[in-house]
Design a protein around this ligand. Structure first.
Ligand SMILES: NC(=O)c1ccc[n+]([C@@H]2O[C@H](COP(=O)([O-])OP(=O)(O)OC[C@H]3O[C@@H](n4cnc5c(N)ncnc54)[C@H](OP(=O)(O)O)[C@@H]3O)[C@@H](O)[C@H]2O)c1
Length: 455
């Protein structure tokens, strides 16, 4: 069966920065066949050569344009006009493309319109196995709007045809979490509140919103990061062993965690970086948060009294995404070893910029003293595989065209995640204005008595 990938929103940031480079790699690795085609759909009146000339000025990663261009076709189309889908259908049908992926790299408000257009034109029939539709995040703005979008999708498609993207799930170390946890008995047996004191999930960025005010000002850090990436990481860390490692069983185990996870409203700190209001396309008196700190608990027997701290934001001190598992100290340690430090055994799952796992454990200080110091067992996931570890979008696109749904979000996950975030989003929480990370850290220390660098 000849395969087609149709990208709606081909003139957008996501297509230029992520999708085209990922497709270029998949083609070079022969994961996409010569018979297959990538249809670039957008509303600008362009020839393919003009599109490529524009794209070259936007794409920052290496692309072998001579090869990629053989797979590309540009189609001008107004996605809001229902009669415009006929041209696309004729093109696909007349060239024999019967296995098709429709990727909506579009603003989410267009999801229902395009879904209707695809179905009404006969491009995608409900339940048709060889037709997939991919939706980017954010999926809605809250539970209510997500439900509205989903109702439309379920009217036109089966859940099995729907791929909701959370690109964090395509990252190597996020996929590695379950392996580290369940393929190492040493962790599986100790992965609970008896042994683990706290969990910290961080996604810190140094950059601001970088000209994406149109998108970001409507969304903010709670919805952009916590509702999706951070909660997904919490579920992978918190879940009990699924009954199998099949996609549906992993999702069931995640949903159980989302249902038990509660954010302590009193712990939440929202911040906005100084200068945010001067960014392009940001409302004059915008209250959109660019930083979130929150403490949560998973209300089940496995995790009672083990807090999870979420930290995410822009214009912070470093670019770093990681999960820190802080183990309990041994209360008898200090009687046995005079120099013992408390609480310094931790496992750090490094997601970005490095991929890896660091196990920080207590060791004897070299020399004549009996002091205890921290030693690191540091596994670098990429070091021995330079050039071979796929980018998230390479993995996700390959999984979509291969009908593998493990790394995509099922509706009940989205629903449960929105319930968690809506609980805090409804409150009119104060937004602290921070000039830099040190300032923010001090404000949280003063207002909540927590040092976020000490968690
Ligand atoms: N960029 C990222 O890194 C990133 C990361 C995660 C998720 N996402 C998600 O991916 C989706 C696309 O994001 P993006 O950053 O690529 O946005 P973008 O740069 O604003 O591009 C949006 C695309 O949609 C088209 N479009 C907008 N309104 C349209 C309309 N009324 N009719 C037809 N086409 C329309 C634009 O066409 P014109 O060029 O003609 O305006 C453009 O091709 C969004 O859902 C976003 O949340 C993006």
């Amino acid at each position: 069966m000849k395969k087609a990938i149709v990208i709606f929103g081909a003139t957008g940031n996501l297509t230029y920065k992520k999708l085209l480079p990922a497709l270029n790699v998949l083609i070079n690795n022969k994961r996409i066949n010569l018979d297959d085609k990538i249809f670039l759909v957008a509303r600008k009146d362009l020839t393919l050569n003009e599109y490529i000339d524009d794209a070259k000025t936007q794409v920052s990663k290496y692309i072998d344009w001579d090869t990629l261009s053989n797979y590309l076709e540009y189609i001008k189309m107004e996605v809001e006009q229902t009669d415009s889908y006929g041209v696309l259908k004729d093109t696909l049908d007349s060239n024999g493309y019967s296995d098709t992926t429709f990727y909506l790299a579009l603003p989410p408000e267009l999801f229902p319109i395009v879904s209707s257009g695809l179905n009404q034109s006969g491009l995608v029939k409900k339940g048709e196995e060889s037709k997939r539709i991919v939706f980017e995040k954010p999926f809605g703005q809250n539970l209510k709007t997500a439900e509205e979008i989903n109702r439309v999708l379920w009217k036109y498609f089966d859940e099995s045809q729907i791929y909701r993207i959370d690109h964090y799930l395509g990252k190597e170390m996020i996929q590695n979490i379950l392996i580290v946890r369940f393929a190492n008995k040493i962790f599986e047996k100790t992965w609970n509140h008896n042994t683990i004191r706290s969990i910290v999930i961080k996604a810190k960025e140094t950059e601001g919103i970088m000209n994406r005010g149109n998108y970001y000002d409507k969304i903010g850090a709670l919805k952009d990061m916590l509702q999706s990436h951070l909660l997904q990481m919490a579920a992978l860390i918190g879940m009990t062993k699924p009954s199998s490692f099949k996609s549906e069983d992993i999702k069931n185990a995640k949903v159980r965690i989302f249902k038990d996870l509660e954010i302590d409203k009193n712990s939440v700190v929202l911040g906005q970086y100084k200068g945010y209001l001067e960014e392009k396309h940001v409302a004059k008196e915008s209250k959109t948060e660019t930083f979130v700190f929150a403490k949560a608990n998973i209300k089940n027997n496995k995790w009672k009294n083990t807090p999870i701290y979420f930290i995410t934001g822009k214009k912070l001190d470093e670019k770093r995404s990681e999960i820190i598992i802080n183990f309990n100290d041994d209360s008898q340690l200090q009687d046995m070893f005079l120099g013992a430090k408390k609480n310094n055994t931790k496992l750090i799952i490094k997601v970005a910029p490095e991929d890896g796992v660091l196990f920080q454990l207590n060791v004897k200080q070299p020399g004549l003293s009996d002091d205890i110091i921290s030693g690191n067992l540091d596994y670098c996931h990429t070091c021995n595989w330079v050039g071979n570890t796929p980018e998230a979008y390479e993995k996700l696109l390959l999984d979509i065209i291969s009908d593998n749904k493990t790394l995509f979000t099922r509706w009940d996950e989205i629903e449960a995640m929105w319930k968690i975030v809506d609980e805090i989003n409804g409150d009119n929480l104060e937004r602290y204005i921070y000039s830099n990370y040190a300032h923010l850290r001090q404000m949280i220390k003063d207002s909540k008595g927590v040092d976020i660098d000490d968690l």
